[in-house]
Design a protein around this ligand. Sequence first.
Ligand code: SF4
Ligand code: SF4
Length: 390
Amino acid sequence: MGRLFAIEIIYRGIFQKTLARNISRAIVLAAHKEGKPGISFGRYGDSPERNGIPAKSFAIVATDDVTLEEGMAKYEPKDVDITICVDDTLAKGVESWAWYGLQPVNKLLKPGGTLIVTSRLEADPIIAMCHRKETPYEMAILKAIPSFSGLWVYKDDHTDVRILGAIAKILPDLFSLKSVQAAITDEWHDAVKVTSAARAYEKLTTVTVKPTQGNPEVPFKFDLPKWHEMGEGIVIPSIPAGHKMEDPGTHATGGYKPDRNPTFKKFSTRTMRPVVDFDTCIKCTLCWLQCPDSCFDVTPEGLYDANMEACCGCGVCEAVCPVPNCVTMVNESSFHDNASQWVAWRKDKTNYKGWVQEKIKGHGERSHGFRYLGQYEEQVPEMLDIATKG
Ligand code: SF4
Ligand code: SF4
């Protein structure tokens, strides 16, 4: 029995699909340079993959054909040597539109495996976002924005080859930097990309994440019904009508909160969330009318509270709100819970105002939903500079 290597790439559906495919394919090509057979594939050929939805690609490599065949006799790997996360807001977990609950980003990592995250953040805030894991693992940060590299309209920022260089350093038994560089030359015919891979290899460092570090919350999950629990025919329970909201201070009731799907949450679908300044809201209803996911709960006093179990972070509410800075989309990495902003405002308006100001400061940072046309292209030269100089 030879050795099997498994690598998963966690990405934002559609926007980063080509990037993930290029990375998983190049992993296999680099391994081929050392005579190791392999295969790359996407996780969701049979299910929806939509804009921003967390999704996965895998690369499986073995030291011989028989070991590879054995490794492939599963729908997807149960554990991996390396997890690659190409959007740091996914460190909060992976909740695809194809399964059940929230999967910690480090869940499949073998003990001592490595999580590579592309991010402008340092390791500590990313570790804080990741759920705790029973066994220690390594974390490596590649300084980068969430890349759109490979998407047909966006320019290459070398994220793909930088990750390959990082893998060669982390897992030298899989392939060497020399093999990575040979594969890049064959695939892209680009000497600068070869340099970027070498810089990532040279500069890469890792930190050990202990079982006591990270988000202690139990990830959201639910039990799927067993086949013998299902009745004959198909019964799809309807979602009940909504109900009034209750003011946390006065206990007055009013407004309207629609009931929502109890199992389908969108905690990690979004990369940004709206921050609402209730003091400046003019109750025009536009956000409530235009939100494609019906996220807004109507409060007893007629304000609109974006419900974070339903929001997918599309930014429409910010775009339609006529009051400057009343709704501001803020990078998801700035938040650590999904609590109601309206409840916080009702409890302490002065404190809430300070919270809003602090959150929207520097909100121009791009997440995958860039803030104005051309912003990504402006950032690519900076990323290339980091890629080639390290
Ligand atoms: S960002 Fe705004 S419009 Fe979009 S889903 Fe969230 S609350 Fe609705
Ligand atoms: S669009 Fe803006 S001003 Fe209008 S109700 Fe929504 S938050 Fe208030």
